[in-house]
Design a protein around this ligand. Structure first.
Ligand code: ADP
Ligand code: MG
Length: 355
C-alpha cells in the first residue's frame, strides 16, 4: 500500500525558491507521470518524495504517516535513475540482490527474489554477466530488477529511458507498462517526453517553473487543456495558436475571417487548433486559404507547414500520404468543436455547460 499525499509542498535552495504550492494525491497503485520542460522541478519533486532532498515547506504523507523527516531507507520506496548506477565489479545477480545482502537477508530468500525479478524482466540468462557485457537496455533492466527485488511499496523513476535509442525506448516503455500491471505498485515517473507521459500515465502532472499547471488523465489534458502551456506541451506537432479578436459567439482571425464559437466572449485573445484538427479543403472552400510551404512525409502521416497571409505559419497534420507539394494552394477549415480559446493570461475559456 502506498497512497501519497503532498500538501503545499515548496522547495528552496538557500533564498532561491524552485517549487511552490504543490498539492497532489497519488492513489495506491496509481501510475503518475510528472512531465515538463527541463528545469521545471521534476527531479526535485521526485527526490523530495524519495527523501533524498529536504522538503522546505508543506506536508508529505504516505498512507497517512508524515514522511518529511523520515530518512530514505525507512520510506520503503525504490528509485530508478537515468544513469543505471550499477556496481561494475558485481555480476547481474549480485547487483540485483545487493540491497538484500546489505540488509543481511537469508541467502535463499535473496536468491529466490532475484530469480523471480530476473524472470519478470527476461534477465534469466544474464545473471552471471558483468554490467560492461550488457547493452544499455539490459543495464536499465538490471536497474529495474534491483528495485523490484526490494519489493518496495512504491517505485520512483527519473527519466529512466533517456539514455536509450528510440526503438529501445519504445520497447522499454511497454515493459514498464507491463511491469506496473503485474506489480500493481504505486509508481511515480518523471519524463520531459510527452509521448512517454501520454502512453504510461493513469494521470499526468504537468509542471512549469516549479508550479503545477494541470493534473489529469492523458486524454483530459489533450482534449481539455486548462491553459496554453499545457495545450502546447501535450500533442505533437504542437498546437497552433492564433491571435483573435472576440465578440460574443464568434472570433475573428487576423486575416479577417470569422469563426463561430459558442465559448467566444470578450476577453478571448487566442485560438488554439491542433494540426490534426485543421480540415483540409479546396482553396475555394476554406475558411482560411494558404500556401503549402514544407511537406513532411512520415508515411503514416503527412505534416504540412502552411503559410497564410495575415496569420503566419500553421502546421497541418493529415493521416496517410498527401499528394500536396510545396507551393500548392490549400484551404483550411476550423471546426468550432475542435478549437480552443484562451484569454490574455493563457487560461482556457470553455463553453458554458449545456442545460
Ligand atoms: N542543488 C541545487 N541548488 C540550486 N538549485 C538547484 C539545485 N538542484 C536543482 N536546482 C534548480 O531547481 C530547478 C529544478 O531542477 P530539477 O528538479 O533538476 O529540474 P528537472 O528535473 O525538471 O529538469 C532548476 O532551476 C535547477 O537549476
Ligand atoms: Mg531532472
Amino acid at each position: 500500500m502506498a497512497r501519497m499525499e503532498l500538501n503545499g509542498i515548496a522547495k528552496a535552495y538557500g533564498t532561491v525558491e524552485v517549487m511552490r504550492d504543490i498539492d497532489l494525491v497519488i492513489e495506491d497503485g496509481e501510475f503518475v507521470v510528472l512531465v515538463g520542460p527541463s528545469g521545471c522541478g521534476k527531479s526535485t519533486l521526485l527526490r523530495m518524495i524519495a527523501g533524498l532532498e529536504p522538503i522546505t515547506a508543506g506536508d508529505f504523507t504516505i498512507d497517512g504517516e508524515r514522511m518529511n523527516e523520515v530518512p530514505p531507507r525507512e520510506r520503503d520506496i525504490a528509485m530508478v535513475f537515468q544513469s543505471y548506477a550499477l556496481y561494475p565489479h558485481m555480476d547481474v545477480a549480485r547487483n540485483m540482490g545487493f540491497s538484500m545482502e546489505i540488509a543481511r537477508a537469508p541467502a535463499a530468500e535473496r536468491q529466490g527474489r532475484v530469480a523471480a525479478a530476473a524472470r519478470t524482466l527476461g534477465l534469466d540468462t544474464l545473471l552471471a554477466r558483468l554490467p560492461r557485457a550488457l547493452s544499455g537496455g539490459q543495464r536499465q533492466r538490471v536497474a529495474m530488477g534491483r528495485a523490484i527485488v526490494r519489493d518496495p511499496r512504491a517505485f520512483l523513476f527519473d527519466e529512466p529511458l533517456s539514455n536509450l535509442d528510440a526503438a529501445l525506448r519504445v520497447e522499454m516503455r511497454l515493459e514498464i507498462a507491463r511491469l506496473h500491471r503485474k506489480l500493481g505498485a504505486t509508481m511515480v515517473y518523471v519524463t520531459h517526453d510527452q509521448v512517454e507521459a501520454m502512453t504510461l500515465a493513469d494521470r499526468i502532472v504537468v509542471l512549469e517553473a516549479g508550479r503545477i499547471r494541470q493534473i489529469g488523465a492523458p486524454l483530459d489534458l489533450y482534449e481539455r487543456p486548462a491553459n496554453r502551456f499545457v495545450a502546447q506541451f501535450i500533442g505533437s506537432p504542437t498546437m497552433n495558436i492564433l491571435p483573435v479578436t472576440a465578440e460574443a459567439g464568434a472570433v475573428r482571425l487576423a486575416d479577417g475571417s470569422r469563426i463561430e464559437m459558442p465559448q467566444a466572449r470578450p476577453g478571448a485573445s487566442h485560438l488554439g487548433i491542433r494540426p490534426e484538427h485543421l480540415e483540409v479543403t479546396d482553396p475555394g472552400e476554406g475558411q482560411i486559404v494558404g500556401t503549402a510551404d514544407v511537406v513532411e512525409h512520415l508515411g503514416s502521416d503527412t505534416n504540412i507547414a502552411v503559410s497564410v497571409a495575415g496569420i503566419g505559419a500553421l502546421m497541418v497534420r493529415r493521416q496517410g500520404t498527401a499528394t500536396l507539394r510545396p507551393g500548392d494552394r490549400i484551404g483550411l477549415g476550423i471546426a468550432p468543436g475542435k478549437a480552443h480559446l484562451f484569454d490574455a493570461e493563457g487560461r482556457a475559456l470553455r463553453p458554458a455547460p449545456a442545460d
